[in-house]
Design a protein around this ligand. Sequence first.
Ligand code: KG4
Ligand code: ZN
Length: 357
Amino acid sequence: MLSIKMTILGIETSCDETAAAVVQDGQLLLSNTVASSMNEHARYGGIVPEIAARKQLETISSVIHQALKDASCSWKDLDGIAVSYGPGLGGSLLIGVMTARTLALVHKKPLYAVNHVTAHVYVNFLTETRLPEYKMAGRPPEFPLLAIIVSGGHSQLVLFYSHTHYQVLGHTRDDAIGEAFDKVAKLLGLPYPGGPSIERTALVGDPFAFSLPKAKMDYLDFSFSGLKTAVLRLAQAQIGKDYSFPSIKLAERLSESQKADIAASFQRVAIEAITDKAREAFEEFAPKSVAIAGGVAASQELRHKLSSTLPYSPLYPDPKLCTDNGAMVATLGCYQASLGQAPADPYTLAIQPNLSM
Ligand code: KG4
Ligand code: ZN
């Protein structure tokens, strides 16, 4: 196993979270501070990029200060700074990258540019913490590792043969699963972010109340846009209207029990789409471990369904480490530094909003 001896500050600002964390040796979580502008976006039913970037700017300094304080770390204790440079919202990414570049220069630390999507997987390598509110797996994943990445911006299955060699097995052809949760929640008049509010509403609904279509995709790809449209048509039909009835007026016409049944049926089918493909990938590649990552990995329903679908239980990160955070960035930064990856130039590192794995 790779021996890592370093302490890294991770900075994450790719969407609406402003986050910083300190990770030691790629496995010990020392601190994890997250400020979110989520409430500011709730009344718009989704992220407003300008508001997200302005909030990032307002909070970044205090978030980094708090992460260092919670870790009892001073600048001289750090071996480097890691930052998400893409993918994400341009304005938001800029705040994190410019801050990290400046701090790297001022404090003379190497700067590591981290891919946000890959970083989501790396919380699974965190095995210890002194922070009482976090529950850690206690053991790191083994290679080959099948990573099920399910977030607001991404849905993909990735097979890691090692830290430096991976293969994207399949990805979404349209919406990400988290995006589908957010849009269906908006249609049902449930608060943003949609994942947790659909999960709550579905608790009192019947997951088999309605049959919704599961996209038949080639190989290990996903598609969620047809399911989203099917939910819209179902909701219109439930109140006796046709496709021309505006989606924005549906929530006020649907009863609470109709909403709960639609939420539960949608959640079942969306999650089955992931678990079906995960099982196919598992059967073909026989990975030594399976890990889930990204905001939707916080879903209890996904966790239950995966555990009952796969021959052994995947690694489940603490739900607080599934949504965007600095710990994932710091952990991947530790690995990149230890594997000898050249640091980024603090004078020129640019954001890459469309970066892929
Ligand atoms: O990873 P993340 O914080 O941001 C991106 O990189 O996209 O993921 C955010 C997504 C949102 O779409 C949110 O609705 C979803 O994660 N999410 C959930 C749950 N918690 C957050 N989806 C399903 N169930 C949850 N409990
Ligand atoms: Zn993310």
